[in-house]
Design a binder for this molecule. Structure first.
Ligand code: HDE
Length: 706
């Protein structure tokens, strides 16, 4: 299994074979009318060189169907990847919600999840700097519930009426449709610099959260404050979090950019391959609960989607887990046609008056009508509830039901069906919240602090995360042509953190801002990727480790490395100059997994160079091999070297790479693990290598010059 396989893996192959065996269309080719076709390779024409005949209905049908294969892509979140799975609660949540799927640990609710990027079109690259969508459809016994979240807990704007403005600003510019899948351009930053409520979200977008290593190592958030409602009709405010079991891991920007070319499907492939190989991604659903009586006890407004509730203030309690264990059969039918809607709620889950959520509750149904060509999209298999559907809604494009009987209410001729007595305790009934006020267009005063939580995010970061944020602002604003926009953005940043604003200004040719008093909130360690809560289970499961080999490689060392890493759940791939096999140090044939020219360092999480003098001699002479190791080091990845392999890694010492001191045993320095002894890979080396891989990245290395 590999995250960048160019040939079918065993699992994939098996899946295809099973699929074909089960294919009901396993007979002769027919038209859409079921007429068997005798020939599909040549159109019907007059003589061998004559014109094509209009009466060739098979040709016309085939081309017409082809011409109509596309539907409008999503206005935002066009590029996505989906998977099926299940959700099960850990315990009953009846104290807070009557939602049936949150009551019984023995009840598994099927789910479909779609991960996505926001800005780029369907064919854009995966590893762009962007927000990721994390949308979950729960097919519950009480109807479908959609939790349509993102991998960041806040949003760019506070009121949905600004959404078209924001999206127009971030999308490619209208005259030349540039840039694709990127926010580094004038119109976005123009908007940002004039709309300070974006500041908190921009901190997240400039952080490593915007370039996740994998959809499997990404958090999800419901963003808005929602409401749980229990059987007594009592409401509780709730914020939803998904926490990945493997921890939260990201790429670095240089790597993310290169990966866009090396494997534009990097995240999509990673999800697919891991599910196919049985490495089923798992996420914990956590909730932050706030009693209604505490609605006003925060120094921000719970209805403001540009704010988080720090986990130190209100803990995120785990209430269940979701496992994704099945790939879709057909991308279009399932991942493209899935239709999420924030207003798809079930009894026990309700809305708040968050003006962003209220706007979403209109938009998602509306957008499906155009995208899926009419009102019957809930009948598409991926959208169909498992709960029975009975109502008087009729007809319309793509009606798939053959309704009979009456279609109005009240009726007597249809026996009064479908009934709605209003007395059914399991029916959805909206929480009876008292609301009164004037009709006004006015942002609440309680929504006006745009800087404190932006500062909170920055102050909560580890030093390397802060540096990545500064670099990202410099990169993005460095691509902005208008100096005015650059300056205005720096002015905004100056309200967040003077040091950040100054460092950004220096990188983009703008005068540093005046020192001013900026907010000094207490940091929230839960926000940092370095924080304990984001490290996952500490295992090396599914990490991709490259082992570089050539003729003469020490097969025993490779075997020992493979055995230990694979036992921990990592995926080890031996890369040689060509596919097939090499000769090991004893002249025996030794199979390799992949040819080096088809892959790159950025597609792996770690690299190991085993010994074998002639293998290393051949490898060291090749610039791509040195680049492989250099890139891994630059990107903070573990580097392992054994015996003569240490000599290869040492070639990069003049550039600044740091190896731990000499000595016979295994030594490690910031994730560079080496052992010059000529024996096999010893226990000490293997345990240090495993620890280095488990740490994922090693940030505080001395930099290399190259
Ligand atoms: Fe969306 N959003 N959104 N959004 N959104 C859509 O619905 C919209 C917002 C999110 O994989 C669209 O079916 C408005 C916040 C995800 O299919 C559209 C506003 C959050 C997905 C739409 C927001 C999201 C969408 C486009 C401001 C995080 C992809 C196609 C009021 C909590 C779902 C579609 C999938 C998709 C509207 C803001 C997440 C146009 C008007 C906040 C994950 O209806």
């Amino acid at each position: 299994m590999a995250s960048h396989a160019s040939r079918p893996t065993d699992a994939k192959q098996r899946q295809r074979e099973q699929h074909h065996a089960a294919d009901p269309a396993g007979g002769p080719l027919t038209t859409d009318q079921g007429v068997v076709v005798d020939h599909t390779d040549d159109s019907l024409q007059v003589g061998e060189r004559g014109p094509t005949l209009l009466e060739d209905f098979h040709f016309r049908e085939k081309i017409t169907r082809f011409d109509h294969e596309r539907i409008p892509e999503r206005v935002v979140h066009a590029r996505g990847a989906g998977a099926y799975g299940f959700f099960e609660p850990y315990h009953s949540c009846s104290e807070f919600t009557k939602a049936a799927f949150l009551q019984d640990p023995s009840v598994r609710t099927p789910v479909f999840v779609r991960f996505s990027t926001v800005q780029g079109p369907r064919g854009s690259a995966d590893t762009v700097r962007d927000v990721r969508g994390f949308a979950t459809k729960f097919y519950t016994a009480e109807g479908n519930y959609d939790l349509v979240g993102n991998n960041m807990p806040v949003f760019f704007i506070q009121d949905g009426i600004k959404f078209p403005d924001f999206v127009h600003a971030v999308k490619p510019e209208p005259h030349n449709e540039i840039p694709t899948g990127a926010s580094a351009h004038d119109t976005l930053w123009d908007f940002v610099s004039l709309q300070p409520e974006t500041m908190h979200m921009m901190m997240w977008l400039m952080s490593d959260r915007a370039i996740p290593r994998s959809y499997r190592t990404m958090q999800g958030f419901g963003v808005h404050t929602f409401r749980f409602v229990n059987a007594e009709g009592q409401g509780t405010f709730v914020k939803f979090h998904w926490k990945p079991k493997l921890g939260v891991h990201s790429l670095v920007w240089d790597e993310a950019q290169e990966t866009q070319g090396r494997d534009p499907d990097f995240n999509r492939r990673d999800l697919w391959d891991n599910i196919a190989a049985g490495n089923h991604p798992e996420y914990e659903l956590c909730v932050q609960l706030v009693p209604e009586t505490d609605e006003h006890s925060f120094d921000f407004d719970l209805l403001d989607a540009t704010k988080i509730i720090p986990e130190e203030q209100v803990p995120a309690r785990p209430i269940g887990r979701m496992v994704l264990d099945r790939n879709p059969e057909n991308y279009f039918a399932e991942t493209e046609q899935v239709a999420f809607h924030t207003a798809n709620v079930v009894p026990g889950i309700d809305f708040t008056n968050d003006p962003l959520l209220q706007a979403r509750n209109f938009s998602y149904l509306d957008t499906q009508l155009i995208r899926l060509g009419g009102p019957n999209f809930a009948q598409i298999p991926v959208n169909r509830p498992v709960a029975p559907v009975r109502n008087n809604q009729r007809d319309g494009y793509h009606q798939g039901q053959i309704h009979s009987g009456t279609s109005y209410s009240p009726n007597s001729l249809g026996g009064g069906c479908p009934v709605h007595t209003g007395a059914d305790p399991s029916a959805f009934s909206h929480l009876q919240e008292r609301v009164d006020g004037r009709k006004i267009r006015k942002r609440s005063e309680s929504f006006k602090d745009h800087y404190t939580q932006a500062a909170l995010f920055f102050l909560s970061m580890a030093d390397w995360e802060k540096q990545h944020i500064i670099d990202a602002f410099r990169f993005e604003l460095g691509k902005v042509g208008s100096m005015q926009v650059r300056e205005r953005t720096v002015e905004q940043l100056a309200h967040v953190h003077h040091g950040l604003a100054t460092a950004v200004a220096e990188g983009i040719g703008v005068a540093p801002p005046e020192k001013e008093d900026t907010p000094q909130p207490e940091p929230s360690p839960a926000l940092s990727l370095a924080g304990e809560n984001n490290r996952g289970d500490g295992s090396i499961r599914t990490r991709q480790v490259a082992v570089l080999v050539a003729d003469g490689v020490d097969a025993a060392q490779v075997g020992a490395v493979r055995e230990v890493l694979e036992a921990g759940g990592a995926v080890v791939e031996e890369l040689a100059f060509h596919d097939g096999s090499v000769r090991d140090g004893d002249g025996r044939e030794h199979r390799v997994d992949r040819a080096l020219p088809t892959v790159a360092s950025v597609l792996y999480d770690a690299v190991v160079v085993p010994g074998g003098p002639s293998s290393v001699q051949e490898l060291v002479a090749d610039a791509t091999v040195l680049r492989f190791v250099r890139d891994a080091y630059r990107h903070g990845k573990p580097v392992g070297a054994l015996g003569s392999g240490v000599g290869l890694v040492a070639k990069l010492e003049p550039e600044g790479l740091r190896l731990a001191g000499d000595g016979d045993g295994a030594v490690a320095d910031h994730g560079v693990v080496s052992d010059t002894s000529t024996g096999g890979a010893g226990e000490e080396f293997l345990s240090q290598l495993t620890a280095a891989v488990a740490a994922h990245r090693h940030w505080d290395r001395p930099p290399v010059r190259h």
